[in-house]
Ligand binder design. Structure first.
Ligand code: MN
Length: 267
């Protein structure tokens, strides 16, 4: 069954994530790669912060969890753990998963189209060497996903890939995750996405309690609650949403920069 793993892991009565429409999947599967296939990156604050990199192929979104996010520097290879295929509709999802698998906040961090650089995508995936071009808002140019494991097919090492930028006009040493931390859908940060939902849900039983992620959640929840309270206040007392955005973006950047690049597991 298509998307079997995706569906097994989730309870769609408690999660706002899309359950995946089979008709849509069949329709999208007919698209030829040269017509431009959808890609997205979702910044996902769950048990640990990571970036979910997704490429549309044959009616589903092939998915990799990239703990540190993509790097524009060809010398910086980013670990990308291959995870279960996601439905097409997931590609534009942004919101709050209150509990269960992947509980946390999902931000649509980048989206656009991708084009394979080789004719045979199946062969490239099987070989573990997929070269492609991205045309997103933040990510552009030539990239490669290379499988590093694969010594024991089907084993856990088989899931490890590296996401690497090729040298071209879109490569550089700009840290794209800190330079452009916000959503391409809502332009918001995690706190704004949470404030649009129900920030009270995690007054107790947060997706992460301690450590770096727990601290991030605490700060985000506090700001979301403030924003929600502010929105309920009379209009004259409100700070325009755009006024605080730049500052909040900078704050998120600063917080992330201060912290050492500790090894993180992905959800
Ligand atoms: Mn994720």
């Amino acid at each position: 069954m298509v998307l079997e793993k995706y569906k097994q892991k989730r309870n769609f009565t408690s999660s706002p994530e899309p359950s995946g429409d089979a008709t849509l999947a069949a329709e999208r599967a007919k698209k030829a790669p040269r017509d431009g296939l959808f890609f997205c990156v979702q910044k996902h604050l769950a048990s640990h912060l990571h970036y979910d990199f997704r490429l549309e192929y044959k009616g589903v979104l092939l998915s990799w969890a990239v703990p540190k996010g993509p790097s524009l520097d060809p010398k910086t290879k980013r670990l990308a753990m291959h995870v279960e295929d996601h439905p097409n509709e997931y590609g534009t999802f942004e919101g709050v998963i209150p509990e269960g698998y992947g509980a946390g906040i999902v931000m649509l961090w980048d989206q656009g189209t991708w084009t394979p650089e080789a004719d045979d995508v199946d062969a490239a995936l099987k070989k573990g060497d997929l070269k492609f071009t991205l045309d997103g808002y933040k990510l552009k140019g030539s990239w490669v996903l290379v499988r590093t494991g694969g010594r024991y097919p089907g084993g856990s090492g088989d899931r490890s890939w590296l996401l690497i930028k090729h040298k071209d006009d879109w490569a550089g040493d700009l840290d794209i995750t800190t330079f452009a931390p916000l959503s391409v859908k809502s332009e918001g940060d995690f706190a704004e996405i949470l404030a649009d939902g129900n920030p009270e849900i995690w007054t107790s039983n947060r997706p992460a309690q301690g450590g770096e992620t727990g601290a991030m959640f605490a700060k985000i929840i506090e700001r979301a609650l403030e924003m929600k309270a502010g929105r309920a206040a009379p209009a004259a007392e409100r700070v325009p949403r755009s006024a605080g955005r730049a500052a909040r973006g900078a704050e998120e950047t600063k917080t992330k920069k201060k912290k050492p690049a500790a090894k993180r597991r992905t959800t």
